[in-house]
Design a protein around this ligand. Structure first.
Ligand code: GLU
Length: 422
């Protein structure tokens, strides 16, 4: 029986996730008996987040923290601030964290949080108040050994510093391990800010090598120029790639000769987005999906690539920097057209992998160099992707279903070995 409290559509994040689980069940053997576990979040907390605005009024916001699975370890996953956040979306994002953490074999379950708010409408002080109140409200289920939040859409190291401070004040001791993605002076890790984008690059580089695509001269289109998209674009450009189109919430720009990121990034910082950038042509948002390119990186939000856009995409390789950018119908269309997708649950796992390094460093109070971080990250992702690729070849399935197969075998074996309580 499906859950009574959500009503997923085939295009919605939770609906997409449920179909992804259904696809993997035939490859789970006797573990399939436990598969229903994956379709039910272990624990979902909905909180009211009231804050006093700068003008003296009181505003209320909806806050969520979903712990999808705690089978393999504490909950782990980011917190996003966005006006479209819903319980159902956070459930899917938490579930994808469970799969992602298991796919790279991190000793975590999966969790995610969010506040339904447009942070661009808040002052810095209001942002701090909403963060602190939200942290206090979810304080009953997070902790360095329970559930460890991190940055996601519209949250950053400063937000993590406020979360760490609020939690620490409430428990009466500095608890650096309660969140990752913190500033360096508060137990943060070198390499964490760019880790997700670096992971997109590393998995993309490996995938490109396997399909005989040369990164030198490859045309790259990027949707979303936040933390993930900008870091990935930078690394592809360094490897000789040409960034031919970029889309963000302000518009879409294209330049067949390649955009110069050294000029574009200061423009984005100063003006808030790509719109108005001189050394490029402004194109229609929908035309982004028709841009001739070899590599397409959706690095924004969910549900961007449905069947219709999937029919138009020109790329050979789609690297999912975002979580859940492709619907099941979109995925099937891309597969039918022979376009290779490196799925979110391995492609963007670099962020949480370095979050894990941060957490380990906080507990041991011994910090690694940036080279050590980047080398270990590279090694873990290359190894995980090879395992996934072998699984895909063995069963003749997509990389997404193969990633789910590798991850679900780990999760459900642990589930079976732990057994049911009582
Ligand atoms: N928000 C990131 C993700 O979706 C990172 C989560 C983490 O570091 O815990 O993977």
């Amino acid at each position: 029986m499906s859950l009574s409290y959500v009503h997923p559509s085939p295009e919605s994040p939770w609906g997409t996730y449920l179909m992804q689980v259904d696809r993997v069940i035939p490859y789970l053997g006797s573990l399939a008996k436990w598969a229903e576990t994956l379709k039910r979040p272990k624990r979902s907390l909905i909180v009211d987040v009231p804050i006093e605005l700068d003008n003296g009024n009181v505003a209320h916001y909806e806050g969520f923290r979903v712990q999808h699975s705690l089978t393999r370890g504490p909950g782990k996953g980011g917190v996003r601030y966005h006006p479209d956040v819903t319980l159902e979306e956070v459930m899917a994002l938490a579930a994808w964290m469970t799969i992602k953490n298991a796919a790279v074999n991190l000793p975590y379950g999966g969790a995610k949080g969010g506040i339904r708010v447009d942070p661009k409408q808040l002052s810095l002080k209001e942002l701090e108040r909403i963060t602190r109140r939200y942290t206090s409200e979810i304080g009953i289920i997070i902790g360095p050994h329970q559930d460890i939040p991190a940055p996601d859409v519209n949250t950053n190291a400063q937000v993590m510093a406020w979360m760490m401070d609020t939690y620490s004040m409430n428990v009466g001791a500095t608890a650096t391990g309660v969140v990752t993605g913190k500033p360096l002076h508060l137990g943060g890790s070198l390499g964490r800010v760019k880790a997700t984008g670096r992971g997109v690059f590393v998995t993309g580089r490996e995938a490109a090598r396997r399909i005989g695509l040369n990164l030198d001269g490859a045309r790259v289109a990027v949707q979303g120029l936040g933390n993930v998209g900008s870091s990935a674009a930078e690394l592809f450009a360094q490897a000789g790639g040409k960034i031919v189109a970029v889309q963000d919430h302000t518009g879409t720009i294209a330049n067949a000769q390649g955009l110069d990121l050294a000029d574009l990034m200061p423009h984005v910082k100063a003006s808030g987005g790509v719109a108005g950038f001189q050394a490029a042509e402004a194109i229609d948002n929908e035309a982004f999906w028709d841009v001739p390119c070899e590599i397409l990186i959706p690095a924004a939000l969910e549900g961007q690539i449905g069947a219709e856009r999937a029919r138009r995409i020109k790329a050979r390789l789609v690297l999912e920097g975002a979580n859940g950018p492709t619907t099941q119908a979109g995925d099937d269309t891309l597969a039918d057209r022979g376009i290779l997708v490196v799925p979110d649950v391995i492609c963007n796992a670099g962020g949480v992998t370095v979050s894990y390094f941060e957490w380990v460093q906080d507990f041991s109070s011994f910090f690694w160099t940036e080279d050590e971080i980047n080398l270990r990250l590279d090694k873990i992702l290359v190894g995980a992707l090879k395992n996934i690729w072998d699984t895909a070849d063995r069963h003749k399935i997509t990389l997404r279903t193969a990633t789910f197969a590798v991850a679900c075998e780990r999760i459900l074996t642990a589930r079976q070995e732990r057994g049911l309580y009582p």
